[in-house]
Design a protein around this ligand. Structure first.
Ligand SMILES: Cc1cc2nc3c(=O)[nH]c(=O)nc-3n(C[C@H](O)[C@H](O)[C@H](O)COP(=O)(O)OP(=O)(O)OC[C@H]3O[C@@H](n4cnc5c(N)ncnc54)[C@H](O)[C@@H]3O)c2cc1C
Length: 286
């Protein structure tokens, strides 16, 4: 199919983008990696008046690591992040989850900002952002706004980003003492998962002291499972996971669709939790 008619602009600065987004008269779509937007245009599910291509703006793809956080520019390509030695060292769950997104050719174009703004409820990176408590950095001509990942993802393909805002970066805090991993089940490698989860545990003397858990594919947005996190606390490893599995199961009401039933997804969640915890028993090696 062919896309509807639209104007195409490729500004060179963030300020130019913000001026274009501030125009209330026209519907503007930002083009990042184009791996979701272009199919949406071709299927005529998106009909913007103007497509603003942000690929020629310098500096939006930088990665900055400090003692407390990792700031990743919205235009950083997944294939670059996947192999970024610094990131593999300080925030390995991000490259790990990226390795499960689509295929290398798609990761060559896909940007982290595009993946987060597209907000597919099955997508890996939004779940990682929620589990780690990431902060979205948004800019408009009115100024700068920061929003937690938990509030950013609202429902299917919908975020709290306002039409005049550009996501410029995402900030992942570094959780001292935690180790994180990502597990998912998909039909084929590179497909969106039926269910995926990002689990982080802080373990001291063989006992879980703190847990962070977010799941994708079980709701209209990535969800953090506070009940399961609480059930983890005080649990020796290895251990009978029944309290955690039961808490997690009771916290979700997964959808039934053509890919699987609600009960199948709930069973997957239990299986994935077992797999993830087994990795902690082995020191979270891949
Ligand atoms: C075959 C195939 C398999 C895939 N498998 C997976 C998978 O397993 N897991 C997964 O998570 N994804 C998967 N994807 C989706 C892919 O990762 C998309 O590219 C991604 O969701 C969007 O990133 P993008 O950079 O291409 O954004 P685009 O397609 O350019 O944009 C997506 C949306 O975000 C908006 N946007 C982009 N950047 C910004 C910004 N900086 N500020 C504000 N708004 C912005 C755009 O306007 C648009 O609405 C797959 C895609 C394909 C084609």
């Amino acid at each position: 199919m062919k896309p509807p008619v639209f104007d195409y602009l490729d500004p060179r600065t963030v300020d130019e983008v913000l001026d274009l987004l501030a125009d209330q008269e026209c519907d503007v779509a930002i083009l990042a990696g184009g791996q979701s937007l272009v199919p949406l245009l071709n299927l005529r599910l998106a009909r913007p008046d103007v497509v603003v291509d942000i690929n020629r703006i310098a500096g939006l793809d930088q990665v900055a690591v400090t003692d407390s956080a990792v700031l990743i520019g919205a235009m950083a390509r997944l294939s670059v992040l996947e192999h970024d030695g610094n990131l593999v060292e300080v925030l390995p769950v991000v490259p790990e989850a990226i390795g499960l997104v689509a295929h290398p050719q798609i990761r060559n174009r896909t940007t982290i900002g595009g993946s987060l703004c597209h907000a597919d409820p099955s997508a890996e990176l939004p779940a990682v952002a929620v589990a780690l408590g990431a902060t979205m950095h948004l800019r408009s001509s009115a100024g700068v706004r920061e929003q937690s990942a938990a509030e950013f993802f609202q429902t299917v393909f919908t975020t709290s980003r306002r039409p005049d805002e550009l996501l410029t970066a995402v900030e992942f805090p570094r959780h001292a003492g935690f180790r994180f991993c990502f597990e998912e089940v998909s039909r084929r490698h590179g497909d969106f998962p039926f269910v995926g989860l990002c689990l982080g545990l802080r373990v001291a003397n063989g006992v879980v002291v703190e847990a962070r858990l977010a799941v994708c594919g079980v709701a209209e947005r990535p969800v953090r499972l506070a009940g399961a996190e609480s059930a983890f606390v005080g649990m020796p490893l290895p251990s009978d996971l029944a309290p955690v599995l039961d808490a997690a199961s009771s916290e979700v009401e997964p959808p039934t669709d053509t890919h699987g039933s609600s009960s199948y997804r709930r069973a997957l969640l239990r299986t994935l939790l077992r797999r993830a915890v087994a990795r902690f028993d082995q020191g979270v090696q891949r």
